[in-house]
Design a protein around this ligand. Sequence first.
Ligand code: PMP
Length: 326
Amino acid sequence: MPILKGLTGSIGNTPLIRIDSLSEETGCEILGKAEFMNPGGSVKDRAALWMIEAAEASGALKKGGTVVEGTAGNTGIGLAHVCNSRGYKTIIYMPDNQSAEKVNLLKTLGAEVRVVPTVPYANEDNFQKQAGRFAATLDNAIWANQFDNTANALSHYESTGPEIWAQTDGKVDVFTCAVGTGGTLAGTSAFLKEQNPNMQIILADPMGSALFNWVSTGEATMTPGPSITEGIGNSRITENLKQAVIDSAVQVTDQEMVDMVYRLLREDGWFFGSSSGINLGAAVKAAKSLGPGHTIVTILCDDGGKYQSRLYNDEFLAQQGLTSPS
Ligand code: PMP
């Protein structure tokens, strides 16, 4: 391992890990990109760094500037880390339906957190729109705008995709992951398809999202939900997602996700968050439909630490009609 240069030098170049239980069960190599090993603990560190570097390069963000974003979690965490390392201020708008742990974590990292009433995207007071409006009132400030700022997808086109290609020597049959902003799927799929147009790209969707229908029928109509997953699923096609090259979509239910994360905890020792569970569920479905001998790569977006009061809480699961495997 080379010596890495500081915080931003430690973002990316994550290991690609064979998931033993699932690989042995399916006869396929099921490999997960260990994004939980980024300094901010998630896949969103890459997008945070690329969005800030794009703003620096364009001159929109200068020394001592401010980064404003509407985010409920990992992007805010990634931005706060990168902003601290470069002397920028971070202001995060968050809806008031988020856990106190997330607000406290962002504050601990040094972000100013503005909790605003939870309203739909169409409402002008939606937290993302408030972030954009506030940034426009400040000098030397940007609205990161992760959903439609394509520096997000570019981070995966320039880093995640090439890393997967190099780590597998180009031997990948399927890449699958879920979509929040779409940055990960878009950038990674665009790069991998350029290397091998025959690679299958599968969008993994939780219930209660419109993306499975969008890929399958062309219409972004909602599927029945809800889902307890966080950070994934969407009802609109963002500028980032428009860059994705997708062959098909698969739905993974919350119970399949719960069974997956508990199985990996108990059998393999991994402690993953809900979106990793959806991604691994989709990887297993792909393995079963293709048969043994294939290599399937997915994303291990973050670990289970932020989800202890929900996903890793039997009482919460029971309230949602879900069961944790005993
Ligand atoms: N998993 C988690 C835990 C996330 O926070 C996010 C980002 N919202 C995603 C997956 C989806 O990543 P992307 O925004 O690149 O689609």
